[in-house]
Ligand binder design. Structure first.
Ligand code: SF4
Length: 410
């Protein structure tokens, strides 16, 4: 009980304080712009919900990066119909550089499904959104249902996890299913019944701007009087809860483990706690920039398309080949030459490949090193059409293509 919100008067006060702060301090973000709110009654249900696009883009990506992508996306595809008619290539081109490319692909698949299977009507409850739309998980479903359609349902994302764990001194592993389930219960209890969308945005905004991971601004926090971590920091112990025995002595599933008790030097940042992440897997990939003179004399580069599933699915890249970790430089060159040969249908001399350098790119779970070679070509090459789709591009065309940030670095 210590870790829950069981007093209705406290819940009411917390909602009021948080919403009043949000009304005063919320950031001006394009997906909160009036234009969408004003357009919605005119175009809805044809309109592509702004919250859906922004929430999908914001998964794993910072607000500052998302804004430009979001604006371009909504200009290009303001309605469900327009997005449903887009090609995957167009989606990948617009998404290029945003990372986690399957997000864009699934957003477009979901729009197609709404248009073709659901008669153009967006599902309006969190349960239906999650059940019916590809790429819409529990969090995104809750965000769309509460913000776009006013359903009184909570949301739990990284920011909310941090805020709730601090408000209620939850120190058990915050990535464990047991803790996550309790946090969802709490979010559903807390959400304001008359302004659910604003309440959810306010809670996330608090985590993004005040209750930040390293140096939270507790002095300015609108809900500090409800925060057990802050109370504990000030007074050395959590506030007394009537009729509740002390936690931490038994095997409370929400308290910090007995082996890692409260550390007073950390203050409120004792919470949340997470099990250590697995280190990213190291990979090496040889990549070759093949260059020829184009018909107007400008250099052109060969790019090929990646398979339609897996990492960076459907994106374009310079011809590349994953390498064994222990290969020496000579071996790398030879493997790359063989790869290019199979692919171009003519011998490629390993010593003709010029080593340019190495490029490191961190994907969420992979530490990737690209070993970069170049090969200038005289005349044309006939590419094997049975292999992956390929094309020659100028530098400008390369940058406008659906290529990943890693390839742009290369
Ligand atoms: Fe977070 Fe501090 Fe506010 Fe508690 S008082 S919710 S720790 S910012």
């Amino acid at each position: 009980a210590r870790h829950l919100f069981s007093d209705p008067a406290e819940v009411e006060a917390l909602r009021g304080n948080l919403l009043a702060w949000y009304d005063r301090c919320k950031r001006d973000l394009p997906w909160r712009a009036l234009v969408w709110v004003a357009l919605e009654p005119l175009l809805s249900p044809a309109l592509l919900p702004a919250v859906w696009v922004s929430e999908i883009m914001l998964q794993q990506t910072q607000v500052a990066t998302v804004i430009d992508y979001y604006n371009r996306w909504m200009q290009k595809w303001p309605t469900l119909q327009a997005l449903a008619q887009a090609s995957l290539e167009e989606v990948n081109e617009l998404w290029a550089g945003l990372g986690y490319y399957s997000r864009g692909k699934r957003l477009q698949e979901a729009a197609r499904k709404v248009v073709s299977e659901l008669a153009g009507r967006m599902p309006r409850t969190a349960e239906d959104l999650q059940k019916l739309l590809p790429g819409v998980g529990r969090y995104t479903a809750g965000a769309i249902a509460s913000i776009s359609y006013g359903q009184a349902t909570g949301v739990v994302d990284g920011n909310v996890i941090r805020v709730l764990c601090r408000l209620r001194c939850i120190g058990a592993d915050s990535s464990s299913p047991a803790v996550i389930d309790r946090l969802w219960d709490m979010a559903n209890v807390l959400v304001d019944r008359s302004r659910p969308g604003d309440f959810n945005q306010a809670l996330m905004e608090l985590g993004a701007t005040v209750c930040v991971p390293k140096a939270p601004l507790c002095g300015e926090c609108p809900v500090k009087q409800h925060c057990q971590a802050w109370h504990r920091k000030l007074f050395g112990k959590p506030p007394k809860v009537p009729d509740v025995e002390d936690c931490g002595v038994g095997d409370c599933p929400l308290c910090p483990p007995a082996t890692e008790p409260w550390d007073s030097s950390l203050g409120v940042t004792n919470f949340p706690r997470k099990a250590a992440k697995k280190p990213p897997r190291a990979m090496r990939t040889a990549t070759c920039v093949l260059e020829r003179r184009g018909s107007h004399g400008a250099p052109e580069y060969l790019i090929v398309q990646r398979p339609s599933s897996g990492l960076l699915a459907g994106l374009w890249e310079f011809p590349s080949l994953p390498l064994a970790q222990d290969l020496q430089e000579e071996g790398e060159r030879e493997e790359l030459a063989d790869h290019l040969q199979a692919w171009m249908g003519r011998p490629v001399a390993a010593k003709g490949l010029q080593f340019i350098g190495e490029v490191i790119h961190i994907f969420s779970h992979i530490h990737q090193t690209y070993v970069v070679y170049s090969l200038p070509l005289d005349g044309d090459v006939t590419l094997d059409p049975a292999l992956s789709p390929s094309r020659w591009v100028t530098e400008d065309e390369f940058h406008a293509s659906a290529v990943s940030t890693a390839m742009k670095k290369v």
